[in-house]
Design a protein around this ligand. Structure first.
Ligand SMILES: Cc1cc2nc3c(=O)[nH]c(=O)nc-3n(C[C@H](O)[C@H](O)[C@H](O)COP(=O)(O)OP(=O)(O)OC[C@H]3O[C@@H](n4cnc5c(N)ncnc54)[C@H](O)[C@@H]3O)c2cc1C
Length: 509
């Protein structure tokens, strides 16, 4: 099909849409982003990224000016004190310890990777700058209202500042959030569970600053978080989802939640920023329908406790971006795109499970109090603590990418950020991945490997280096950081792996 505006149209210029657009543009595929809002919205959303998402940023050179949050891991003694605190109805939250993570407002060890505690909007600004540098056209104030697709392409109906217009493209990525128009129009089912909670996250002024101790507290009706200077609140009540999620939030509505949870007559005098949220957990049945893909919140929604949303969405974007570019460029067949669903859908499903469990563990009442005591005892054991931390930070993720006996035992696992020595100095794998190109690391395999990969030299970087912690003599790393082939697999199987993931060679060696 002759596309008019761009080969790929991304609907939604939130963090995931911008990330995906950058991922596709890295491979010289023209992308347009259509974003409903004229500018970035500064209502409270994610306050940082954690776990694997920090690594994803590093591997693209994003947010590099932002200092990582210093980590002060609590000692075993402190953890025991926190666990003891959990036995009181008003429990101190371990957030008192910088760098600590929580699951259902219970303490977790610090993860392997540090946090980047920045508002989501700063990330969106950084991604917007990167998108502009990569030549992505971001059209703000453009709302997608409909689309049709056939074998040739996708036709979008767009409402722009100068009126409605039609846009033709080859591929459409719906990154338009939890209430995704693209998902609804695609006919992809969105099964799951309804919310059972209503919560608010707010920066607000109150008339009585002694209304409650600052901290995180379990209450008869749910959870109350209060932090001083400037006053910040999170509330969670188990009284069902909001009646109307689109209704403007009045100070009285929020004040009601504060009064019910604190048991005081506190008055809200001013609300600076506020969001209302619930915990419905739903996932698109498939992430692809023909020429249409769903990415980020458009593909899955769940409660945001412990902050999985951005991490999951950014992981989706780096999984599918290079695949979409390869298919759009005609290098790979469409079946490569099906690996997006087969690899990412199980990860999304697991996140929904974890988030449902976390909501269940925050329910008020003596039975859950008892359950939390059991849980906190378990979490005092390092092994259990580490396992849950890895789970909520996506550090455990691996993909089923074929028979490891043929392609190497590391296949499907995330490549470590190895420090490599080359004649010019040292370099990390993360730095080598900033181009978004696949990487063949030759750490001891010898010149034969480079010769085998030479026919793919237009799209695969081959780096020969020394490494003290080399997990294998050679590794083929996909743009999303996952190992696609490694020794001790027979080097003769490398061309098959290269063809499978990056298409047949452009020319013969
Ligand atoms: C109160 C709150 C706290 C949160 N805290 C955290 C946290 O601590 N950590 C975390 O990881 N996550 C958190 N999240 C979740 C996180 O904000 C989301 O997971 C993240 O924004 C998802 O990014 P996205 O790009 O997929 O979707 P969105 O950010 O929703 O972006 C979708 C974009 O699409 C645009 N759009 C929608 N429809 C159309 C259309 N028809 N045409 C054109 N454009 C359209 C929207 O304007 C929007 O800009 C929180 C969310 C909330 C609400």
């Amino acid at each position: 099909m002759a596309f008019r505006d761009a080969q790929v149209a991304v609907v939604g210029g939130g963090p995931v849409g911008l990330m995906l657009a950058c991922e596709v543009a890295l491979h010289d595929v023209p992308v347009v982003v259509l974003e409903r809002l004229p500018e970035i919205e500064w209502r409270p959303k994610a306050e940082g990224i954690t776990g694997r998402a920090v690594d994803i940023m590093d591997r693209r050179g994003l947010m590099t000016g932002v200092a990582e949050t210093p980590i002060t891991p609590p000692t075993a003694e402190q953890r025991a004190r926190i666990s003891a605190g959990e036995k009181r109805p008003d429990s101190l939250h371990p957030k008192a310890f910088p760098g600590a993570r929580h699951f259902a407002a219970m303490f977790l060890l610090r993860p392997e990777s540090p946090d980047l505690l920045v508002p989501q909007q700063l990330l969106e600004e950084d991604l917007g700058r990167r998108a502009a540098d990569l030549g992505v056209e971001v059209r703000r104030g453009h709302t997608v209202t409909g689309f049709t697709q056939d074998d040739d392409g996708v036709r979008l109906d767009v409402d722009g500042p100068d009126g409605p217009y039609r846009l033709e493209t080859e591929w459409l990525a719906g990154c338009d959030g939890g209430r995704s128009t693209v998902r609804k129009l695609s006919g992809i089912a969105f099964p799951g569970t309804d919310g059972i909670t209503t919560g608010y996250r707010a920066f607000a002024e109150i008339d009585d600053h002694d209304f409650h101790l600052p901290g995180w507290f379990r209450k008869d009706a749910g959870l109350l978080v209060y932090e001083e200077g400037p006053p910040r609140f999170i509330t969670l009540e188990f009284d069902g989802p909001p009646e109307n999620r689109d209704a403007p939030i009045t100070p009285e509505e929020f004040q009601g939640a504060l009064r019910r949870l604190s048991g005081t007559k506190v008055t809200v005098t001013e609300v600076q920023k506020i969001t209302r949220f619930t915990d419905n957990a739903r996932q698109a049945e498939t992430y692809r329908s023909g020429r249409v893909l769903l990415v980020g919140d458009a593909a899955h929604v769940h409660s945001h406790w412990s902050g999985p949303g951005l991490r999951l969405g950014l992981g989706d974007a780096v999984n599918v971006g290079w695949k979409l570019a390869a298919v759009a460029r005609g290098r790979c067949g469409e079946d490569l795109l099906d690996t997006y669903t087969s690899e990412r859908h199980p990860i999304g499903a697991q996140t929904l499970e974890i988030q449902r469990a976390s909501i269940a563990l925050m329910r008020p009442g003596p039975h859950v109090d008892a359950l939390r005591r059991v849980f906190t005892e378990l979490l005092l054991r390092d092994e259990a603590n580490r396992q849950l931390t890895a789970l909520v930070d996506d550090l455990h993720i691996g993909y089923d990418m074929g028979d490891p006996s043929l392609t190497g035992p590391l296949v499907g696992r995330y490549s470590p950020d190895l420090l490599l020595r080359r004649p010019g100095g040292t370099v990390r794998v993360a730095e080598l991945q900033r181009t978004g190109r696949p990487l063949l690391l030759d750490l001891a395999a010898g010149p034969g490997l480079r010769a085998l990969a030479e026919p793919w030299s237009d799209r695969v970087d081959v780096v020969t280096a020394e490494c003290d912690d080399a997990p294998a003599d050679a590794l083929l790393i996909r743009p999303d950081g996952f190992v696609a082939w490694s020794t001790p697999a027979d080097p003769a199987s490398l061309p098959d792996a290269l063809t499978r993931w990056f298409g047949p060679p452009a020319r013969t060696a």
